[in-house]
Design a protein around this ligand. Structure first.
Ligand SMILES: NC(=O)c1ccc[n+]([C@@H]2O[C@H](COP(=O)([O-])OP(=O)(O)OC[C@H]3O[C@@H](n4cnc5c(N)ncnc54)[C@H](O)[C@@H]3O)[C@@H](O)[C@H]2O)c1
Length: 277
């Protein structure tokens, strides 16, 4: 982790005093989002189920003068999402922005090789935390008569070897559109940012960690590498900018949608993917 926040945000304070809940903020894109929203003036609720990463993010934010609170929670259940919202409201009195960032494919392989349990675990990782997050925050935002939800999608909806993950992210796109239609009348905006392949230098928790102390079994190295190679080549063949993105580039798209600069944008999706869409 670097000491400096994102230099492209210098001077921008579009989220001054907004209370922003960021899920999965203990590493990767979620951490970069927490940093960017904090740099733009937000008070950040760092939610994750892994203490190590969440504590690092909170320390990093506070060291940079950002007000931040940690909530340790498993977001694969509705009660987890409700506990997170209650903790955020207790800390700061309201929730202006919710970023449902938890997700990420656990396995990469053709769909017929997924067991029923693995398929369920993918939905539990990449669909349910966003569904529950939206469900739990909407009553709070309705009461406030305003708020902004940003969900993380993915380019996997048209990629290889991640069918259950892709189905989760396709569901998230549908969810964003439908909730925008249902809750616009309350002043609530709902949008999606769909990253393309993004380099994560600071992962402390492997995607294979199903829960504390429980690691999923992966394919044999050789077979897994073969699918990963084919998947990567397929992504590169679709990209105009032929490189992986950075977490900061994803965070910049999220910060735009969270801010009043996007006050007339809802039910929409930004493909932050180097042209892979
Ligand atoms: N990294 C990429 O290349 C990429 C590409 C497209 C989309 N995305 C999407 O961006 C988002 C972030 O990706 P990333 O690579 O930074 O993820 P990551 O796997 O590095 O980090 C995810 C974080 O979420 C936390 N988490 C996982 N399950 C949780 C649960 N049930 N409750 C609470 N916390 C939980 C983990 O502890 C971790 O800190 C995901 O939604 C992912 O699908 C990422």
């Amino acid at each position: 982790m670097t000491d400096e926040l994102d230099p492209r945000a210098a001077g921008a304070r579009r989220l001054q005093d907004k209370v922003c809940v960021v899920t999965g903020a203990g590493q990767g894109i979620g951490r970069a989002i927490a940093r960017r929203l904090g740099q733009e003036g937000g008070k950040i609720v760092v939610a994750d189920r892994v203490d190590e990463g969440a504590s690092q993010t909170v320390k990093d934010l506070r060291d940079n003068g950002v007000e931040a609170t940690k909530v340790l929670v498993d977001l694969s259940t509705l009660s987890g999402a409700q506990d997170m919202m209650a903790a955020a409201v207790e800390a700061y009195g309201r929730i202006d922005v919710l970023v449902n960032n938890v997700g990420g494919t656990i396995w990469m392989k053709p769909f017929h090789l997924y067991t029923e349990e693995e398929t369920q675990q993918e939905l539990e990782r990449s669909l349910l935390p966003t569904l529950w997050g939206c469900n739990a925050v909407l009553p709070i935002m309705m009461e406030q008569e305003g708020g902004c939800i940003i969900n993380l999608g993915s380019q996997s909806v048209r990629g290889l070897y991640r069918a259950p993950y892709a189905a989760s992210k396709g569901g998230i796109l549908a969810l964003g559109k439908v909730l925008a239609m249902e809750y616009g009348r309350y002043g609530i905006r709902v949008n999606t940012v769909s990253p393309g392949g993004t380099e994560i230098p600071d992962r402390v928790t492997s995607r294979l960690q199903i829960r504390e102390g429980v690691m999923a079994e992966d394919l044999e190295q050789e077979e897994g590498d073969e699918y990963r190679r084919e998947m990567g080549a397929n992504i590169r063949s679709q990209q105009s900018l032929q490189r992986r993105g950075t977490p900061e580039e994803q965070a910049a798209a999220v910060a735009f949608l969270a801010s009043d600069d996007a006050s007339f944008i809802t039910g929409d999706n930004i493909n932050c993917s180097g042209g892979q869409s």
